[in-house]
Write a protein that binds this ligand. Structure first.
Ligand code: SF4
Length: 221
């Protein structure tokens, strides 16, 4: 802690005197910790000091902490899937299961903060209300029934084919001149902030194959 205080005091003196810039200091290795590492460092040092001053033996607490769920996890970075702000998140995985999500303090967009939707995003993974299979409501029916993915795919494909055939535009006329256009204006594609570049590539390709130029993004609705 004393060392941290010395560093902070040194930085304050240098900033107020204007003797060196942050870039200079980084080059000299005085401040080479990232923001997340810095928070962990100061939290760990501060906590240890406070408990130590009270006369507790911190070793049993440290040993117990090793057994808590967030100390035995693997971390990965990801992005919030709700809107196109693209806030960064850190996920924690334990034995193959996602157990925690929080804002990524090192992320350039959100700096660790999340809005209420992002803060609750783990619910999209763990909620008991999450829909995990396709649901189908037959014409005239008042209830949804679960169907297999194969059935759902076949139904969607049949509807796309029927819509495309019924609304196919092979040519357009401009005065007496006829142009071949081969498209349908009856089908559109909707992407979202959670789509990766690779998914967007495939969506665009599929849209062109189906003969539509209407590709939109959820954030523009
Ligand atoms: S945390 Fe909120 S603002 Fe950020 S991407 Fe998610 S929904 Fe959008």
């Amino acid at each position: 802690m004393t060392r941290i205080k010395e560093i902070v005091a040194l930085q304050e003196r240098e900033y107020s005197s204007g003797s060196r810039t942050g870039v200079d200091r980084e080059a000299e290795g005085v401040m080479k910790v990232g923001r997340r590492s810095w928070l962990k460092l100061t939290a760990g040092v501060g906590g240890g000091l406070a408990i130590g001053k009270l006369g507790f033996d911190v070793e049993p607490a440290r040993a117990a902490a090793k057994g808590s769920k967030l100390t035995q996890t693997e971390q990965f970075t990801t992005a919030c899937n709700f809107c196109s702000c693209g806030c960064g998140m850190v996920g924690e995985v334990q034995e193959g299961e996602l157990v925690h999500l929080e804002g990524d303090p090192d992320h350039v967009i959100n700096g660790g903060a999340l809005c209420s939707k992002g803060a609750a995003m783990i619910e999209t993974h763990t909620s008991s209300q999450r829909v995990k299979a396709p649901l189908y409501r037959a014409p005239g029916s008042n209830r949804w029934e679960e169907i297999s993915w194969e059935e759902a795919l076949a139904k969607v494909a049949a509807k796309i084919k029927a819509t495309r055939d019924a609304n196919w535009l092979a040519v357009e006329k401009d005065g007496d001149v006829e142009y071949s256009v081969n498209r349908t204006d009856a089908i559109g594609f909707l992407g979202g902030a959670q789509n990766t570049n690779e998914e967007c590539y495939v969506i665009q390709k599929a849209a062109r194959l189906f003969g539509t130029a209407f590709v939109e993004h959820q954030a523009r609705l």
